[in-house]
Design a protein around this ligand. Structure first.
Ligand code: CA
Length: 437
């Protein structure tokens, strides 16, 4: 879902998060376009269900919910919402404690990227996607012609976001967003989404009672957040309403519209797996480092035995992605990978979408082996790593458990001082080394 923030991740309006490819562990469900720089944790988005929550901030609103609602009503009316629309949408709305709990959850454990991919690329999902590609062939022809976005990636996003429309979330979007605007961690964002949701209702696309979505307000088969819906949802089946909940045509075309706006290049690959030489400078595996494919080749980047580079790839701009550090698989990723990141700024998510789109055609397998003995650090271990790095004069920024650009840079400096490959990947070996120094 294109959300604008994630991390709570919702799909978002993307404000593009920087050019940096983040390895993000999305705690919440990823959705597209999140506007914010996401928190980054080394592995995949998914979170262990049984993980305890830690350090949950206690947010105590200064107002009652009714007081907040009265103040927000005034703002909404000033923004052009009809009072009848507002009052009808808020009938019976109370804060949803499940939303508050989800918003404050900071899971201790993240799933390793290889486990996340195993779930995302299940044989059942691949088969369902293949079936839907066939069933919707004529519709997908028209969407490709209109938006210039390849059908496989559309069906892949559809599968990742809502399991092809079957898991859209069943919470009231108005109630969830009102709860988050009242006492969530990012009230301003929630309020802007709530205002967009009211506009959608006012425009007649959906009734308030049928506007359902995730706890974070991501809606329908595409899991768009309301502001992304406002900018990118389209009525493709021609019934006069943009219905991303019940119309696959509207949902798939809306996804195509979003990816088109995010720079999708029809017919180009998302990227491809590569092999790196033994003495490779892993500091180059950073989303901010962009080179043409031929420049990467001059640095010793090669293809795995038996594979060939996509035709015409030499002059394309690529960044190097090592999702599990230097011991794991490596990929050169191109513009279309960056377009997928606009949907959800998690490199694990984008890799899953990319590989799933290829699996529909029998490809999408990875040759390199994942370092399965190298489990992701837990949240408290990441905080400890950041604290130790800063104590050693490698400035890791706030010790918040989020591996962002500052922390990655600090990790690289520490790795270089140790004479290790500077992949910026936080692991137990580095943590042990810092503890013992
Ligand atoms: Ca429609």
């Amino acid at each position: 879902m294109p959300l604008s923030h994630k991390r709570g991740w919702p799909m978002r309006q993307l404000i593009a998060a920087s050019s940096v490819i983040l390895l993000v562990a999305c705690a919440e469900k990823p959705t597209a376009a999140d506007a914010q720089p996401l928190p980054v944790t080394p592995a995949a988005p998914a979170v262990t269900a049984s993980a305890p929550n830690v350090d949950v901030p206690d947010i105590k609103p200064a107002q009652t919910f009714s007081e907040w609602q009265a103040g927000f009503r005034e703002q909404a009316l000033n923004a052009g919402i009809n009072p009848l629309v507002f009052d009808n949408a808020f009938i019976g709305v109370t804060p949803d404690m499940g939303v508050i709990k989800a918003d404050r959850s900071q899971p201790e454990f993240s799933r390793p990227v290889w486990e996340y991919l195993d779930g995302a690329l299940s044989p059942l999902r691949v088969r369902n996607g293949q079936r839907l590609l066939t069933q919707n062939a004529e519709l997908l022809d028209r969407i490709e012609q209109r938006y210039g976005v390849d059908r496989q990636v559309l069906v892949s996003v559809w599968g990742m976001e809502s399991n092809f429309g079957t898991f859209q979330g069943n919470k009231s979007v108005i109630r969830s967003l009102a709860t988050l605007a009242y006492e969530g961690r990012r009230p301003e964002f929630a309020q802007s989404q709530l205002l967009a949701a009211l506009k959608i209702i006012q425009e007649g696309d959906i009734a308030p009672g049928k506007m359902l979505g995730s706890w974070a307000g991501a809606m329908g088969q595409t899991q768009f957040i309301p502001t992304t819906y406002e900018t990118h949802a389209v009525d493709f089946d021609g019934d006069g309403r943009r219905d991303i909940w019940n119309s696959s045509a509207d949902a798939l075309a809306s996804t195509a519209h979003y990816l088109q706006s995010s720079g999708w290049k029809q017919g180009q690959p998302w990227g491809f797996e590569v092999k790196l030489p033994g003495d490779f400078d892993y500091a180059l595996a950073d989303g901010a480092v962009r080179k043409s494919v031929s420049e990467w080749q001059q640095l010793g980047v090669t293809l795995p035995a038996g594979s060939t580079a996509p035709a015409g790839a030499e002059q394309l701009t690529a960044t190097l992605l090592v999702p599990a550090g230097y011991r794991g698989p490596a990929f050169l990723v191109l513009d279309n990978f960056r377009a997928i990141l606009r949907y959800n700024n998690s490199s694990s998510y984008a890799l899953a979408v990319a590989l799933l789109s290829e699996r529909f055609n029998g490809g999408g397998t990875i040759v390199g082996e994942w370092p399965k003995d190298d489990l992701p650090l837990s949240r408290s271990e990441r905080v400890e790593l950041q604290t130790l790095l800063s104590q050693r004069n490698y400035d890791a920024g706030n010790a918040d458990g989020i591996i962002g650009a500052n922390t990655r840079k600090a990790i690289r400096s520490a790795q270089q001082a140790l004479g290790w490959p500077a992949d910026g990947y936080p692991n137990h070996k580095l943590l042990e080394s810092l503890r013992n120094r």
